[in-house]
Design a protein around this ligand. Structure first.
Ligand SMILES: C[S@@+](CC[C@H](N)C(=O)[O-])C[C@H]1O[C@@H](n2cnc3c(N)ncnc32)[C@H](O)[C@@H]1O
Length: 288
């Protein structure tokens, strides 16, 4: 049975149990229809292949951006890998959905939801119920109470959150290193963030800029934003995707002096968006 958010965020569960943590987050369907999916140790072969390049640049890797991190489980592994390579880097980990709330609407009835009141999990006296609709629900008509429930509850949940009548939590892994080297920030890679401009020595985008999910135009916008977030020539960009067989295809790029990207190394034939990255040219900055 799925553990409830109240229990998960209490001291009653084993914070080192990564399987329980992944199972809890994997059942949460976000407002945009995606699930909080990630898996431990998914990038081993990338680490092996990219290691010499990271080790060579270890002293220059101070600030990193990890885009679309889900719960940040693989960000923790990235931090470990960097340390192992001799880099003392701090990491900004971003995702569209990080903040969440537990709201008690009635005695014995709690809802785990996002800051807009979008329900992620119902908890009726410890028994969890998913708020999202799956295909079978259209056959059994279970979609009717689920959809009515959501539209009735969302505004009430939002009001309670705004009134401070909720327990705020973050949908992030509990296996974070204690030294605070990873900072989580809610951020959309499709929207330019001024505070990230020319800040990072390396950016990683793993299992996010997929051609099946984003259009080439959207991927181009993301590359443009990532490009603007890189500190300058010599900065690194790692793009990867894991397939169903848990094999990775990824490319490690370096930023050239002229603002274009060059391939340093490939795994599994390289990233599916490698051509889009190599063809990218930064727009000229207009003279003031
Ligand atoms: C499949 S997970 C990848 C997690 C992790 N990087 C990994 O490879 O295990 C993709 C994540 O990207 C996030 N995401 C989707 N669109 C995004 C966007 N426009 N900006 C930032 N994050 C986004 C989703 O919320 C989701 O958590």
């Amino acid at each position: 049975m799925t553990v409830s958010a109240s229990k998960f965020y209490s001291s009653g569960t084993d914070a080192t149990d990564v399987a329980l943590e992944s199972a809890f987050f994997a059942k949460l369907k976000m407002r945009n229809g995606t699930f909080k999916l990630t898996q431990p140790s998914r990038f081993r072969e990338l680490e092996v292949a990219f290691r010499p390049y990271i080790e060579k640049r270890a002293n220059a890797l101070c600030e990193l951006l990890d885009v679309g991190v889900s719960t940040g489980l693989t960000t923790v592994e990235l931090a470990r890998f960097l340390k192992d390579c001799g880099a003392a880097a701090s990491i900004v980990a971003t995702d569209l959905f990080i903040e969440a709330h537990i709201v008690e609407l009635a005695p014995g009835f709690r809802v785990f939801c996002d800051p807009e009141g979008w329900p992620l999990q119902y908890d009726v006296r410890g028994i969890t119920v998913r708020p999202w609709v799956r295909r079978l629900d259209y056959v059994t008509l279970a979609f009717i109470p689920l959809m009515i429930g959501r539209s009735v509850l969302q505004p009430r949940l939002h009001l309670r959150i705004r009134a401070g009548m909720s327990k705020p939590v973050q949908m992030i892994t509990r296996s974070l290193p204690a030294d605070g080297e990873i900072v989580f920030v809610e951020n959309d890679i499709m929207l330019r963030s001024e505070r990230f401009i020319r800040r990072f020595d390396m950016v990683r985008a793993a299992n996010i800029l997929n051609t099946g999910y984003f259009s080439p135009d959207q991927i181009h916008i993301a590359i443009e934003n990532i490009h603007s977030y890189l500190r300058g020539p010599g900065a690194l960009l790692m793009i990867a995707r894991t397939n169903r067989a848990r094999e990775n295809a990824g490319t490690l790029f370096e930023l050239n002096r002229d603002g274009s990207f060059a391939v340093l190394e490939r795994v599994g034939g390289g990233s599916e968006i490698e051509r889009l990255v190599l063809d990218f040219r930064a727009p000229a900055i207009a003279d003031g």
